[in-house]
Design a protein around this ligand. Structure first.
Ligand code: PHE
Length: 363
């Protein structure tokens, strides 16, 4: 047995050193292979006597078993190590933050529009929506802007296929168009309002209405279109129309409502408001509303934010109301302009380019 123990030791040492399964199989061949050391020892038994063969054979077998056991142990060791390495490599750190899904959010113009709706809502204004493809009648004629009126050229209009009755006593049809402002909603909303309340009052519905009805108080925000494109004009833009019609509504009401709106919208009392005489066919008198911040980055500059005016008597008539009883004011403000001022954006086109780097700043 004396000559066998060093071989067993050598085998154990060789197996323990094998770093890979291939190394281990090479080491195995040295001891248990066809010309391995144990095989050679077996061959050497041929010359022994029967008795010697017994004892020698038993000793060799023992040594061989020890080597095979060492081999199995080494194989298991390598397999364990490989599994451990794999587990380590694929380890999951459950404490890491999850992969973020990009969070969507409202567009800055929508944010501005929501603010506008909430502010006017708090002052008792209804919010109305209307069509973007509009009849000539609502966009122009009913707003005291007949076909040959020079004010029509103030709006570079997109015309679309199809037409509607000219209306207002004119015969034939006029082409439909993409509304150039939200003012057609003045007529659409008021006509519905008047129809509803004169029916409720038992009125026949003929002629102009001069009975009692609740005031009209509405805003109509939405998309508007003009053939125009530069840093401050986009062919598609947003306006909000405001209309307040009752029996004793005056410019001072317009001023107090608008001032309340604008100071709430910009969250500051440090601004001034002024009316600058202007012209619109559907208001008389008409005024541009300018504001000036008394502090902040826009301090000291007059900024135009809205057209406005007292609703023209002809427009009151086109609403179905008697202008002897009903009077009101209207305004039309650019929502994009208000959003630019509120968020400090200097190019209107940024709103409509769809660049996520710009838009994500508003989330
Ligand atoms: N509709 C006008 C425009 O687009 C604005 C306006 C609305 C003016 C209501 C007076 C009253 O320029």
């Amino acid at each position: 047995m004396n000559d066998l123990q060093p071989i067993v030791d050598a085998a154990q040492a060789a197996f323990a050193q094998a770093a890979t399964p291939a190394d281990l199989e090479n080491a195995k061949a040295l001891f248990l292979g066809k010309s391995g050391r144990m095989t050679e020892l077996m061959k050497g038994m041929a010359a022994l006597s029967v008795d010697e063969k017994k004892t020698r054979g038993a000793a060799i077998n023992l040594a061989k078993q020890a080597i095979e056991a060492a081999l199995t142990g080494a194989r298991q060791g390598l397999a364990d190590a490989e599994l451990a390495a794999q587990l380590q490599a694929e380890a999951l750190d459950v404490t890491l933050p999850g992969r973020q899904r990009g969070q969507g959010g409202l567009h800055p113009v929508s944010l501005a529009q929501e603010r506008i709706e909430a502010i006017f809502g708090s002052m008792g204004f209804d919010v109305a929506q209307g069509p973007e493809i509009e009849a000539d009648w609502f966009n122009f004629t009913a707003l005291n802007t007949p076909e040959d009126h020079p004010a029509r050229s103030m709006h570079d209009t997109f015309y679309v296929e199809g037409g509607s009755e000219s209306g207002g006593g004119a015969s034939g049809t006029a082409p439909n168009l993409l509304r150039t402002h939200t003012s057609p909603m003045q007529i659409r909303y008021a006509v519905q309002h008047v129809k509803k309340h004169r029916a409720a009052a038992g009125d026949s519905g003929e002629g102009l209405f001069s009975g009692a009805m609740p005031e009209i108080r509405v805003i109509a925000p939405g998309r508007t279109y003009r053939v125009d494109s530069d840093a401050t004009h986009s062919p598609m833009f947003h306006q909000v129309e405001g209309l307040w019609v009752g029996e004793n509504i005056s410019f001072k009401d317009l001023k107090s409502v608008y001032l309340n709106f604008i100071t709430t919208f910009f969250e500051t009392d440090e601004l001034q408001l002024r009316f600058r005489p202007s012209y619109f066919p559907f208001t008389e008198p008409s005024a541009e509303i300018d504001i000036m911040f008394e502090s902040g980055p826009l301090k000291g500059r007059w900024l135009e934010v809205s057209g406005s005016g007292q609703v023209h008597p002809q427009v009151i008539r086109n609403m179905g109301l008697d202008p002897e009883r009903y009077i009101g004011f209207a305004f039309g403000s650019g929502i994009d302009r208000l959003a630019m001022l509120r968020y400090g954006v200097n190019d209107l086109r940024l709103f409509f380019d769809g660049d996520i780097r710009f838009l994500s700043q508003f989330q």
